[in-house]
Write a protein that binds this ligand. Structure first.
Ligand code: CTP
Ligand code: MG
Length: 234
């Protein structure tokens, strides 16, 4: 599909987490990777896309790092106040998009600040595959290893059928109004919402799985950052 046929879209980048599993001196989105911070790499893939209408980053209220970045003054980037859970941060970003003029039926892509290796090909495939979808969907990767269900004692209870298991990545692409209502409803009901798709599922929908690259990894532990650093250096 040519770029001209891709839909226009808005973006929310949740970046209000503290990165506890990284155990570093600052949230992982502000760690250095190949000469820039992680979040600057993440933002670059969206800011260079001709179909982007606008972008919101959701930041912690006491974030001392963002204002030092060159992109803090980029007029295409607006800020929202993140919340205590990722879903709260995303919801705040969606409200900010509405203030900026985004309409309920328009597409929003939500992408983790801590996922700096999104390829332009994956982003374009997601947009192309979902442009006519009634619900939307997400980049995901089929499970590759044999999967075990563990018992309480650290021993295998059973082996799980891998063929139906996918790992959910981001971006996740839904219509603004449907996503906002699903997230607000799921949070209100106390449902577990670890990604946007799970909110849509809670609302009774079946988001589409779009197979993406395995190297669109979310930096979670120190070795993830080391792996990316080595890969980008070679
Ligand atoms: N995030 C957010 N608001 C929160 C929690 C997370 O905006 N209250 C963001 C993170 O900044 C990250 C993305 O959501 O970009 C994915 O979350 P995760 O990988 O869990 O990051 P952290 O919560 O920061 O890390 P950890 O769970 O290890 O503390
Ligand atoms: Mg977290």
């Amino acid at each position: 599909m040519s770029a001209a046929m891709l839909p226009r879209f808005w973006t929310v980048i949740p970046a209000a987490g503290i990165g506890s599993r990284m155990r570093s001196d600052r949230p992982k989105q502000y760690l250095q990777l190949a000469g820039k911070t992680v979040i600057e790499h993440t933002l670059a893939c969206f800011l260079s896309h001709p179909q982007l209408q606008g972008l919101v980053v959701s930041l912690a209220g006491d974030d001392p790092y963002w204002s030092d970045l060159r992109c803090a003054n980029d007029p295409r980037i607006q800020r929202a106040n993140g919340g205590s859970e990722r879903a709260d941060s995303v919801l705040a970003g969606l409200h900010r998009l509405s203030e900026l003029g985004a309409r309920d039926e328009e597409w929003v892509l939500v992408h983790d600040a801590a996922r700096p290796n999104l390829s332009r090909d994956d982003l374009d495939r997601l947009l192309a595959e979902l442009v006519d979808d009634p619900i939307g969907g997400l980049l995901a990767v089929p499970a590759r290893d044999t999967l075990k269900r563990a018992g309480g004692n650290g021993r295998v209870l059973k082996t799980i059928d891998r063929s139906v298991i996918w790992q959910a990545f981001t971006p996740q692409m839904f219509r603004l109004g449907a996503l906002r209502d699903a997230l607000a409803g799921a949070l209100e009901a106390g449902a577990a919402v670890t990604d946007e798709a799970s909110a849509l599922e809670w609302a009774g929908h079946s988001p589409r799985l779009i197979e993406g690259r395995t190297d669109n990894l979310k930096i979670t532990r120190p070795e993830d950052l080391q792996w990316l650093e080595q890969r980008w250096r070679s």
